[in-house]
Design a protein around this ligand. Structure first.
Ligand SMILES: [Zn+2]
Length: 311
């Protein structure tokens, strides 16, 4: 067995990617295929194929971690909260472990981002890290001392369905959310949330990335929407800082590409944080789209530590 290599798999809605990563974080093999959408057995077969392809190239690896949409409920072993809906209610963990003949670890995209950036990414060396996904949804993950905080209900870091803190005027009751509540952080800070806010204020249909591009080109309406977005992100992150006081917050997902946020949000979060000085840094991701596979691989301890623990 090639004890120095760990496999990480990112099971996404459109593609499945797998890598073998060495203990220094170097990627030694990489494979990517289209996700067999709406096909549960096909999804299992795709992951088995990728692991076989990777190990065919670099030899048997020490461990396999999987980043996936949603979570596998500890009580039932069934997938829940996944936007890849054909996985919901299926025993993905058990079936995949049986198909691959080895134990696996699973985490959602936000937890993979947080782990990847904390281990050897933008927040390397930081004691406490909050990783944030700002994309079609809003998620979060917490890493403390290099270890992912999972939580009793496996929802540690899931701040997207908390209410927007200190709501102002037209933010109450706020947009209705698919979770059944109104005014959730996600309804303002996801890509669709930013687009909906822009539509409410201007009547124009722009996507999140289009608003960011037009704002940098000088469009005052788009700049206004980004200002509101930054102000809301500042309030939402201030409540996280008050709770876990992280050394660094790393953004991921499509909206993390908006450079404006990294100066603007820390300038605005101060009044909402219970400290006269705030040293928490807001950082862009180092690994970008590779955070999913890298974080999945890091779900397992280094092979040499695993051997020491079991021996
Ligand atoms: Zn919600």
């Amino acid at each position: 067995m090639n004890v120095t290599l760990r496999i990480g798999i990112d099971l996404g809605g459109t593609k499945v990617e797998a890598v073998a990563i060495d203990r220094d974080g170097r990627i030694r093999a990489r494979r990517r295929i289209a996700t067999p959408a709406c096909d549960y057995d096909g999804t299992i077969a795709a992951l088995v194929y990728l692991v076989a392809a990777i190990e065919g190239e670099v030899g048997p690896c020490a461990s396999v971690g999987v980043g996936m949409p949603g979570t596998i409920a500890a009580a039932t072993g069934l997938v829940k909260n996944a936007n890849s809906t054909w996985l919901i209610g299926r025993p993905l963990g058990r079936d995949l472990e049986a198909a691959l003949g080895r134990p696996l670890r699973f985490a959602n995209d936000a937890n993979c981002l947080a782990l990847s950036e904390a281990i050897d990414g933008a927040a390397a060396g930081c004691g406490t890290v909050f990783g944030v996904i700002l994309g079609t949804g809003v998620g979060g993950g917490i890493v403390i001392g290099g270890h992912l905080l999972v939580g009793a209900n496996q929802i540690a870091g899931e701040w997207g369905h908390n209410p927007m803190p200190a709501p102002q005027g037209d933010e109450l009751p706020g947009p209705s959310c698919y979770c059944g509540r109104s005014g959730c952080i996600e309804t303002f800070l996801s890509g669709p949330g930013l687009a909906a806010d822009h539509r409410r204020h201007t009547g124009r249909e722009f996507s999140g990335p289009e608003i960011a591009a037009a704002a940098s080109a000088g469009d005052p309406d788009c700049r206004g929407s980004l200002d509101r977005y930054a102000e809301r992100l500042a309030r939402a992150l201030a409540s996280v800082i008050n709770l876990i006081d992280p050394d660094a917050i790393v953004l991921g997902g499509g909206l993390s590409a908006i450079g404006f946020l990294y100066d603007e949000v820390p300038r605005r979060w101060g009044p909402h944080i219970l400290s006269d000085t705030v040293v928490t840094r807001l950082l862009p991701p180092r690994h970008g789209d590779s955070s999913g596979v890298r974080g999945a691989a890091w779900l397992w301890p280094p092979p040499e530590e695993a051997t020491e623990q079991s021996g």
